[in-house]
Design a protein around this ligand. Structure first.
Ligand code: PLP
Length: 421
């Protein structure tokens, strides 16, 4: 007797791991270790790290942290790399390191919610003003630049990039600094160069629904040694410890016990070595993940388009010709005529084991939290965000190669959309 697709899927390797036909977006990168043996060998490695007393913070650089930083430096072509407990911490620190009282920062309006929190709540406390710009409209960006503008913050979303060449021309012309929030785009490239390495600072997140995960985690890359020292102090309560600034402060403040010397503002966004160990394992597999996800993405799209039932029900993100994306999910836009049945359709996908989620948060102005923020724009200014909220969703992309049967199943479930109209 012919086995049904469901029976076969039940026995396929990845459904055993994830218990769903397609991995959840939130679990897409969370197969941390291929086997228990691999996990055990990592645990052993962490425990063998010296010095063991510094094991919890990675502050002095345990072997794991050093090895990880070395790999990242090679991958990212950046001079300085260091880890944080979250991507949010990395973005905050990059902005704090760069700006001083009276400065203005231009922030892309495709900004993720936590960055709004930083832009509108944290920075104004230090008299730093933020203005939003449309990252797809260079004239809008230009019109917002004033004498006080210090930096442009660019957010690379969903593993892809905007047209960097145009943006970099503006950065150069107006002598501005660039911060790249690459929290969603680790491993993506523009003109063969990693996103996050064009600007003065590049920030990344290892939250568990991104390209790789360390449970929670983040990092900053930069090239300037002074920036590196400032960031290091900001990362750890404004301490001078472990920075090149320590000795000069020690000389000038002889009466203070230099083990506890605070030289500026600071936060605690230090990572743990456990996070570093998990990230180390994941970084080693990053390129393979990127390749496999890219292949899976193309295959799902091809399967859909080759199906007899294909009738342009969906459209997909168009990628700039110079960008080599690093997907973690497959963002999909439902054709306008199906927008009203989106909710029913997504429920159907969930029931079928195709887990899904909204694209970022849709239009943030519709969220209850928006009343706490000081949006200087009306809802009319965010037509694209509305479209994304009404018609967008994404599904996970697995880090293992999808088999024909699995592809067929995913494509069939997606094309079920016609049943709801
Ligand atoms: C663009 C962007 N920036 C910053 C963050 C914050 O990262 P984390 O969740 O690691 O704090 C996220 C999180 O998803 C993000 O997508």
């Amino acid at each position: 007797m012919k086995k049904s697709i469901n029976t076969l899927l039940k026995h396929s390797s990845f459904s055993k791991i994830n218990r769903s036909a397609n991995p959840a977006v939130v679990r897409a990168s969370t197969i941390l270790f291929d086997s228990m043996q691999e996990l055990a060998s990592h645990e052993k490695k962490i425990l063998n790290d010296k010095p063991i007393t510094h094991y919890a913070y990675g502050r002095y650089g345990s072997q794991t942290t050093i090895e990880l930083q070395k790999i990242i430096k090679e991958l990212e072509q950046a001079h300085h790399v260091f880890l944080h407990s979250t991507g949010f911490g990395s973005v905050s620190l990059a902005l704090m390191a760069l700006c001083k009282s009276g400065d203005e920062v231009l922030v892309g309006d495709n900004v993720y919610f936590p960055t709004r929190e930083i832009s509108e709540k944290l920075l104004p406390k230090y008299n730093i003003k933020t203005k939003y710009y449309d990252p797809n409209n260079i004239n809008d960006l230009k019109s917002k630049i004033t004498k006080k503008t210090k930096a442009i913050m660019l957010i690379h979303v969903l593993g892809t990039s905007t047209n960097m060449s145009k943006l970099l021309k503006i950065v150069k012309k107006y002598k501005l600094d660039l911060i790249e929030d690459s929290c969603e785009s680790l491993g993506a490239k523009y003109n063969k160069r990693n996103l996050g390495t064009f600007g003065r600072f590049g920030t990344y997140s290892f939250y568990y629904s991104h390209q790789i995960t360390s449970g929670e985690g983040g990092m900053i890359v930069c090239n300037d040694t002074n920036d590196y020292n400032v960031l290091k102090s900001l990362r750890s309560h404004g301490w001078s410890r472990d920075t090149d600034l320590h000795n000069s402060f020690k000389k000038n403040y002889k009466n203070i016990d230099d083990r506890f010397l605070f030289i500026g503002p600071g936060y605690n966004v230090r990572p743990t070595d456990i996070q570093a160990a998990i990230a180390l394992n994941q970084f080693k597999r990053l390129n393979k993940f990127i390749k496999t996800r890219n292949t899976n993405r193309n295959k799902i799209i091809n399967f859909l388009k080759m199906d007899n039932k294909w009738n342009n029900q969906f459209s997909f993100v168009r990628v700039d010709i110079n960008t080599k994306p690093s997907w973690f999910g497959l963002p999909i836009l439902i054709n306008k005529k199906y927008a009203h049945i989106k909710k029913k359709f997504l429920n159907h996908l969930s029931k079928k084991g195709i887990e899904n989620r909204p694209i970022i948060s849709g239009n943030f102005l519709n969220q209850p939290a928006s009343k706490f923020f000081n949006f200087r724009s009306t809802k009319m200014d965010f037509k694209n965000a509305d479209e994304i909220e009404n018609r967008g969703f994404f599904i996970g992309l697995h880090t293992k190669n999808l088999k024909q049967l699995e592809l067929k199943y995913i494509s069939n479930c997606l094309l079920d959309i016609d049943k709801f109209i």
